[in-house]
Design a protein around this ligand. Structure first.
Ligand code: AMP
Length: 302
């Protein structure tokens, strides 16, 4: 398996200013693997669910090239559940509940054919589990990308510092970059994070696009301007999945390839925002994806 991801496979309860939905399928690894497999053809998932997670959706994932050999199913237990409420701008949200359930005792165990993966996406979940996944790899992957969030900065700072030093690319949002470094300036925050080990940092700015920093280069990609944002849950994960999926497909980890990967990731994220949960992502066609990638080019060409 060339590309694997670890992250939550979950149920989400989502409230936007316009509509609320209970127990929508979600989870970082769900969105990442869907977007990544869309581009790369396949993506292995390392995660855990309870016996309440629908088999039909797992089959849907499998039919899209998502490999679930690394997904543990715990009988008699409940899947991870997250609940969030979006503000009027649909760009910021409050977490109302994080029920770890099966995640509280999760110990990843990578199938043998995942251990030589060249591309590893550490999706948002307990930093100790992200570290455990890297420790099970047979050799150093070509590219390790890490996503995390403020929740883990609050409850697992030490492990998070450690895993930042083990990866090539970090993706976080602007608020998290400021919280993690204590810097207001995103330029200074980026410089601080890059001293921890990653060779590149992506700072996501929601509807305002994303910044890519390396030691000596910066690139900016806008976000797609949408008529209606229905539910942005999973946008960051679809972005990450699109990003690593593109790089894995091209087998290129250069800064130039990362620029194109950011645009592809942004296009994947824009689809996710157009419906609740992964519904819109399930319907994307190759023509639609290509059309959106071209729109990005038109938006920034001077
Ligand atoms: P995003 O909107 O891309 O930030 O991702 C939202 C997804 O992350 C949801 O589907 C949640 O199930 C999942 N999620 C929310 N909080 C956490 C957390 N603390 N750890 C791992 N996954 C989470």
């Amino acid at each position: 398996m060339k590309l694997i991801t670890v992250g939550t496979v979950a149920f989400d309860s989502i409230a936007t200013p316009f509509e609320s939905r209970e127990k929508v399928i979600g989870g970082a690894a769900t969105y990442i693997s869907m977007a990544a497999a869309y581009l790369n053809g396949e993506c292995g998932v390392v995660s855990v669910v309870g016996d309440d997670f629908p088999t039909a959706f797992m089959n849907e994932l499998k039919s899209r090239g998502v490999d679930l050999a690394g997904l543990q199913i715990k009988e008699g237990e409940k899947s991870f559940h997250w609940s969030g409420k979006y503000h009027m701008d649909m760009n910021s949200r409050d977490t109302l509940a994080t029920d770890l359930n099966v995640l509280a005792t999760f110990e990843p165990n990578l199938p043998e054919n995942y251990r030589d993966a060249e591309y590893v996406m550490l999706g948002n979940l307990v930093p100790a589990v992200q570290i455990a996944v890297l420790n099970q790899m047979n050799k150093r992957p070509k590219l390790v990308v890490l996503d995390t969030m403020n929740f883990w900065m609050d409850v697992a700072r030490e492990d998070l510092d450690k895993v930042f030093g083990m990866v090539d690319v970090v993706t976080i949002n602007d608020e998290e970059a400021r919280q993690y470094t204590g810097e207001r300036s995103l330029k200074k925050a980026a410089a601080k994070i890059l001293t921890l080990g990653p060779k590149a940092l992506i700072i996501k700015k929601g509807e305002h696009g994303a910044l890519l920093f390396s030691q000596d280069e910066v690139f900016f990609a806008p976000a797609m301007l949408l008529d209606d944002v229905v539910d942005p849950t999973g946008a960051g994960d679809s972005f990450a999945g699109g990003f690593i999926g593109y790089l894995a497909k091209m087998n290129d980890t250069s800064f130039t390839a990362m620029k194109k990967a950011i645009v592809t990731g942004s296009a994947m994220a824009s689809f996710t925002c157009e419906d609740f949960g992964p519904d819109a992502l399930l319907k994307v066609t190759e023509e639609q994806l290509n059309a959106r990638v071209n729109v990005f080019g038109d938006m920034v060409r001077v």
